[in-house]
Ligand binder design. Structure first.
Ligand code: DGJ
Length: 739
């Protein structure tokens, strides 16, 4: 692993990638190259080459060919002849927005420190990472900017962030502070974005880049269902298994913007970070601002490889290490089983049944606190609902623990209902602009998480419940977006800091709780995938992918999510039919065959199941436990996409690290009359090993299954305990190496 510094040149080399930039003639930084690894040499004039254009702004009269518009820049400013969107903007006390970040010095350190107050990557073993910090300074305002680059060579990952410090004597206004800018020399890329909606998250869309701006962003106060902060640029001929791609993501859960700008010369500028819309930050003399980190990763081996290296990277360098490799418990959640209609007796019946069939964790969802019997009351009142639990929540928790189950509870810490004791005591804690209407959403309002007293209150309330119940797990929900944002605690000049300060407050509460209770497993949730991002993943190793539990719509949601997040992060539950979100009736086996590929859970009233159904669940759980390591931490391959090709067929696969066991899920959504012959080409097998598939008589070499494919007969006879159904059919193929 190497970071080379040669006079004006910086070359960051990972196993398969090179990232090069230089100090330009005006002292600012210019990008040279990001892509497949190349040899190091002391200068790359070829990569810096540009042509002089008439009638274009030049930096000085005597350097007519130094034209900012023609340059690939590293962290561009506004208003100096570049004319593309900048990476940062700062306003001086005289109102001027011009700045010039000139190179000062650099520092290389082994390893990677965590960022204070923000979720971030880290290297417990300093040998696994190297960090380059470049200091830049604007001579007029004395604004100092440190651009930080960390390489994690094994994963071909580059982490970027920027730290601003006001070294002057006057306050500055930071109006934009991107985490990363990357100027690429051409626009021959497809853009993979993961947009969606509630119950329809992470729907992959792949477009060729076009001239001008294209962007995804959020102004909701959360990363959002509508646009995930992850995106990928892939060459048009890149497939799942071949070709170049660059993955981008942000370790951030608030308003973000991913901008792509294709200019007149077909070069591409990417800027990612906090959304500059409705953002400013007052930088008082000697104060600092740190951006969230951006994750960038390169592959020349296709999208599956990109997802795999990112997933493995997050487990080692982002997730709470206590849970990084820990198998996730099989849970049962009472939400779709009971909604708000439950009491201790009803739940204990579910728990007893759950224990009998091998479930490991009972999660008590919304409605256990205050007076909450529907979604109109009690958020903020984190004390037990006496009517439902007359002997207290600790007594109920003890009963659950006595059964040998772990116990988990739902919280929605950031929210408040007007009908609550907390609201009577602290109406001033609600987010809202003075003299303005307050917009409710799901009958609830938002607590001002920028206030330390609010965070402290929540910390004490939640801590008390964790201690009382010896809690093993928390589902942290967040069911509305932010409106009328304003904090009575902030002076007018700082009101546009609110969105970022809000999410810092959320992180602070997470930090306090996860530090005090490191053994508690957190699952993040925001009406499903409304805040499914790397910022959350730092604290909560798993997340509820979607409120949609219908197996068929889950195919797209889980497939789309898998591009940027590992299976161990993805909560996937088997629920009842007709499905509550779609009304669809799918076979139990199909629901299982989809939910296995993630952190398996159940979300239905198992006391209402027939005895054969319960036996089926028991078998599912035994099967999942046997292969849980592979389902949660194996290498995941996407084989047939619901977003391309024939959307009626979907397939994916997991393989263990020794390549001795693989499990393939193959899903045919609607039955087809007289379908064509089909072969499924598997991935990630050892070409020289012989594999047995289910109970088929014939055995197969790995190379045969990968290159010649597995013939999928019209009627699949040999499958894993899967019912044969016409529509919504799922097959599982279990491959075991015989040699
Ligand atoms: C939204 C979540 O996504 C659901 O799973 C459930 O917890 C409800 N909120 C409870 O209000």
């Amino acid at each position: 692993m190497t970071i080379y510094v040669d006079k004006n040149l910086f070359h960051l080399q990972t196993r398969n990638s090179s990232y090069l930039f230089q100090i330009m003639a005006n002292g600012e930084l210019g990008q040279l190259y990001y892509g497949r690894r190349i040899h190091h040499k002391s200068a790359y004039h070829n990569l810096a080459q540009r042509e002089q254009h008439d009638a274009m702004a030049s930096w000085t009269l005597d350097q007519p060919d130094f034209q900012p518009e023609m340059l690939k820049q590293e962290y561009a400013s506004l208003g100096k002849g570049d004319f593309r969107y900048p990476a940062y903007q700062v306003q001086a006390p005289d109102g001027s927005r011009i700045s010039e970040l000139v190179y000062q010095d650099y520092q290389i350190t082994q390893g990677k420190q965590r960022l204070p107050h923000l979720p971030s990557t880290f290297a417990n073993d300093p040998q696994t990472a190297q960090t380059l910090s470049i200091t830049l300074m604007d001579a007029v305002t004395h604004l100092q900017v440190q651009l930080n680059y960390t390489i994690f060579p094994k994963f071909d990952v580059l982490i970027r962030s920027a730290a601003f410090k006001n070294q002057g004597i006057h306050s500055l206004m930071l109006k934009q502070a991107a985490s990363c800018q990357l100027d690429l020399p051409d626009a021959h890329y497809d853009w993979l974005q993961f947009s969606g909606a509630w119950a329809r998250e992470c729907q992959l869309q792949r477009h060729h880049l076009h001239c001008g701006q294209q962007a995804t962003s959020s102004l909701r106060g959360a990363s959002s269902h509508q646009a995930n902060p992850a995106m990928i640029l892939a060459r048009p001929d890149t497939t799942e298994n071949t070709g170049e791609a660059i993955g981008f993501n942000l370790i951030y859960s608030g308003n973000f913007a991913n901008q792509i700008d294709v200019d007149q010369f077909q070069t591409t500028r990417i800027i990612t970070g906090i959304n500059p819309e409705d953002f400013t930050w007052q930088l008082k003399p000697q104060s600092s601002f740190q951006t969230p980190e951006a994750v960038i990763s390169y592959t020349n081996q296709g999208l599956n490889n990109l997802s795999q290296q990112l997933g493995a990277f997050y487990q080692q360098h982002l997730v709470n290490q206590h849970f990084a490799q820990q198998l996730r418990p099989i849970l049962i959640n009472n939400w779709e089983a009971t909604y708000f209609d439950f009491d201790e007796t009803k739940l204990l019946k579910i728990c007893r049944q759950a224990q009998k069939i091998g479930i490991e964790l009972f999660v008590l969802d919304d409605g256990w606190f205050g007076q909450r019997d529907d979604d109109t009351t009690s958020l903020g009142d984190w004390f037990v609902n006496q009517r439902k639990f007359p002997h207290g929540i600790d007594h109920f928790a003890q009963k659950v623990h006595d059964l040998g189950l772990q116990f988990g509870l739902w919280f929605e810490p950031e929210m408040i209902s007007q009908a609550s004791r907390l609201y009577q005591q602290h109406p001033d804690w609600v987010v809202g602009a003075p003299h303005r209407h307050l917009t409710p959403s799901r009958n609830q309002f938002v607590l001002d998480m920028t206030r330390t007293d609010v965070v402290q209150y929540l910390y004490e309330q939640i801590s008390a419940i964790i201690e009382q119940t010896h809690l093993d797990y928390i589902k942290w929900d967040m069911n509305r977006n932010l409106t009328e944002i304003y904090s009575t605690q902030l002076p007018p000049v700082q009101q546009q800091e609110f969105n970022h300060r809000y999410i810092l407050g959320v992180y602070h509460l997470y930090e306090l709780l996860t530090t005090k209770f490191p053994q508690v497993l957190f699952e993040s949730c925001a009406s499903g995938g409304g805040r499914f991002d790397l910022g959350m993943m730092y604290y909560a190793p798993q997340a509820w992918v979607s409120d949609n539990t219908d197996a068929i719509t889950r195919l797209k949601i889980q497939y789309g999510t898998s591009y940027n997040y590992p299976l161990a992060m993805m909560g996937a539950h088997i629920s009842a039919v007709p499905n509550d979100q779609t009304g669809r009736i799918t076979p139990l086996a199909t629901r299982a065959a989809v939910a296995y590929f993630g952190d398996l859970g159940y979300e239905l009233d198992i006391t209402k199941l027939s005895s054969p159904e319960l036996q089926t669940l028991k078998k599912q759980i035994q099967f999942y436990k046997k292969y849980r390591q592979i389902f949660q931490f194996g290498k995941f391959y996407r084989l047939l996409s619901p977003f391309a090709g024939d959307p009626n067929l979907v397939s994916w696969q997991v393989v263990n690290s020794q390549q001795t066991v693989a499990i393939v899920g193959y899903y045919r959504i609607l039955n087809e009359p007289n379908p064509p012959y089909r072969r499924l080409y598997l991935q990630g097998l050892d070409p020289n090993r012989i594999y047995q598939i289910n109970d088929l008589e014939e055995n197969f070499y790995g190379d045969e299954l990968m290159h010649a494919g597995l013939f999928i007969p019209r009627l699949l006879h040999s499958t894993m305990h899967v019912e044969q159904t016409a529509d919504f059919n799922a097959q599982l193929f279990l491959l075991r190496a015989l040699s």
